[in-house]
Design a protein around this ligand. Structure first.
Ligand SMILES: Nc1ncnc2c1ncn2[C@@H]1O[C@H](COP(=O)(O)OP(=O)(O)OP(=O)(O)O)[C@@H](O)[C@H]1O
Length: 605
């Protein structure tokens, strides 16, 4: 926990771990490079001084001395560039290693978070944290950090030189500089500025989240003839971002303008001092040279000072970015047990399970659910929409943890199994199929890494998808998803069934697995599933009640409670909610048949 107290660069370095030495080297080399880059300035000074000293008799100039300084000047520049190049290499290597490290850590951590986290945080927001904030860190480490060091060193070196040459001139430069910085600093580093930056990040995250929602919702927007303005959230977020940015920039205006005016007019401050002192001793050549040197050097300090100012504001952005990345790391993963128990049998038992998505007991969507899905049997969950079927199914792989009660597999509470062990015992076919942007083959093979091609093809055959895959342009090598081919809902679902068949886990959860299948395919899939479920604990959620008539046990749910349970015939004979649902289902099926017959007769006449 101690590490969490670190912030900004320190936390970044901590995240960077062993790559710290590269950063230090890059800083040292950048500082060295800047020192070398100052040598040409010094050489100009000494050459000028020599020339002015012998202005009345140029033949008295020490030629070898002038040449020596010229060589020093050129060498300093060459060495400076070389050090800058090597330092840049180091900082880039460090930056990309850090980028890689943080991304791997983040994705690993995100993978362990309960699904509730993704519910609470929109995809766009997570994407911004994982992509933009991390990317900014790379930019900062690779370019801006060495720049920051070299700029700071350059300013210090220039100031030291100034003080060495003439304390009064130097003070006449430094005091205005400090006043300028103070006016900037008060605006940039105060609590108000920090809060502003936080608000700026929030506005940016909101825009990201609503932009993604906007793009995803495009079919509905088009379908219902909505305009951009009518997609209120996105529009409101854009307006909020604009207003906030303008207001935020406005706040800095006065400070920045006075800072810039002061830094750009440093000669206004030291020139009167210089002329006043020179008027008392007009023949002092050395003093005149120093004044001239200041006239060259003082405007030269403006560039690094502006740079330092910009980099300092970037630093604030980085600190806030790191804070947001840390916020993801601070999210608690699903707790893993110290020792993982492995079940020896695979009955799935719910005991008095209560659950709410928010964690609050007054928002429970499941109330005291108890049932056992036996190994080798099919248990079906039925009930009206929103009665809690999918929630029950998703508690088994611990997408969320129960609020009260327990779920056991065999004799092991699932919270006493490591996630990897729990996942090994489960195959899940979701209502909303998710396929990776990858080849069809890899999508199926994801079910069991290391499976042989024959096993992958056999799973595809069993899931009734081999034939349509063979017909795709590149067969199993066809890429699907973004940048590839799109499949129909039924095809996607059969590929996910093939994935589950390949995994061949002892517990199988099918959440509307045949929802998209047409009658012919549904029959084929039923055959495939019959093969798949032999000897396994099977939990099926189905709206089409015909597909679960033969289940060993049907659990009827209503409003998150078990209304009844039994076999199809038992439930029908009791005449409760199940019978009502069955009658409604039959009627709708008959209505569909009647409609089909009518259409056929109409087309025949
Ligand atoms: N991610 C979620 N966050 C908050 N509430 C949710 C979430 N998912 C479902 N719910 C709520 O939990 C309750 C049960 O939903 P669930 O999806 O389990 O029902 P279901 O019986 O599977 O419905 P359907 O047949 O329509 O899929 C509903 O009131 C729903 O609004």
């Amino acid at each position: 926990m101690k590490s969490r107290s670190k912030q900004g660069i320190a936390r970044l370095l901590e995240l960077a771990g062993e790559k710290k030495s590269l950063l230090i080297w890059s800083g040292v080399l950048s500082a060295g490079s800047v020192m070398m880059m100052l040598v040409p300035y010094l050489s100009v000074y000494f050459v000028m001084a020599e020339l002015l000293r012998h202005a009345s008799d140029i033949s008295g100039v020490d030629g070898p001395y002038v040449i020596r300084w010229a060589v020093w000047g050129v060498s300093g520049m060459v060495i400076g560039y070389f050090l800058m190049y090597v330092g840049g290499m180091f900082s880039h290597i460090a930056a990309f290693r850090i980028l890689y490290g943080i991304r791997v850590k983040l994705s690993d951590h995100l993978g362990k978070l309960p699904l509730g986290y993704f519910n609470k945080n929109a995809t766009g927001k997570i994407k911004k944290n994982v992509e933009m904030d991390v990317e900014r860190i790379e930019l900062f480490i690779a370019h801006q950090l060495p720049d920051l060091i070299s700029t700071a060193v350059m300013i210090v070196a220039m100031l030291v030189t100034m003080f060495a040459l003439n304390v009064w001139f130097a003070l006449a430069c430094v005091i205005p500089l400090l006043i300028g910085f103070a006016s900037q600093f008060s605006m940039m580093a105060g609590q108000k500025a920090k809060a502003g930056l936080r608000e700026y990040f929030d506005a940016l995250e909101n825009i990201n989240a609503s932009a993604i929602q906007y793009a995803r919702g495009m079919p509905s927007i088009k379908m219902f003839g909505q305009t951009v303005r009518s997609f209120r959230k996105f529009h409101a977020d854009i307006v909020r971002y604009r207003d906030f940015s303008l207001h935020y920039a406005d706040n800095f205006q006065n400070g920045y303008v006075s800072f810039k005016t002061i830094v750009l007019s440093l000669s206004t401050f030291f020139l009167p001092v210089g002329l006043f002192l020179l008027s008392g001793d007009p023949d002092n050549v050395a003093f005149a040279v120093t004044l001239m040197f200041f006239l060259v050097l003082a405007p030269g300090i403006a560039t690094p000072v502006f740079k330092l100012n910009n980099l300092a504001s970037t630093l604030n952005v980085i600190v806030e970015g790191v804070r947001r990345i840390d916020r993801i790391f601070a999210e608690k993963p699903i707790p893993e047990p110290k020792y993982s128990y492995k079940p020896s049998s695979y009955d799935v038992q719910f005991q008095e399970v209560c659950f709410s998505y928010s964690g609050q007991d007054d928002a429970d969507v499941l109330h005291g659910i108890s049932f056992t899905a036996r190994q080798g049997e099919i248990t079906a969950l039925v009930g009206p929409s929103g009665s809690g079927k999918s929630t029950i199914a998703q508690l088994i792989p611990r997408f969320w943890d129960v609020r009260r009660g327990s779920i056991t597999i065999g004799d092991v509470e699932i919270r006493n199994m490591r996630t990897s062990d729990l996942m090994d015992t489960l195959s899940f076919v979701f209502q909303d199929t998710f396929l990776f942007s990858d080849t069809v083959y890899n999508n199926i093979a994801a079910g069991r890494p290391g499976a042989s091609p024959e096993e992958v093809y056999a799973a595809a055959r069993a899931a009734q998808c081999h034939t349509f895959i063979e017909r795709l342009p590149d067969g199993y090598r066809t890429r699907i998803g973004a940048g590839g081919l799109y499949l129909s809902g039924g095809e996607e679902q059969r590929i996910s069934v093939a994935r589950a068949i390949l995994k061949n886990a002892p517990i199988l959860v099918l959440d509307e697995a045949t929802a998209y299948a047409d009658p012919e395919n549904e029959y084929q899939m039923q055959l495939a599933l019959r093969e798949l479920i032999k000897g396994k604990t099977v939990l099926i959620i189905a709206h089409r009640l015909a597909t679960i008539c033969e289940a060993n046990q049907i659990i009827v749910l209503q409003d998150g409670r078990i209304d009844d349970s039994g076999t199809h015939h038992e439930l029908l004979s009791r005449g409760g909610l199940y019978k009502t649902m069955w009658d409604a289902y039959r009627m709708s099926a008959e209505w569909q048949i009647d409609r089909a017959v009518e259409r056929k007769e109409a087309s025949a006449t």
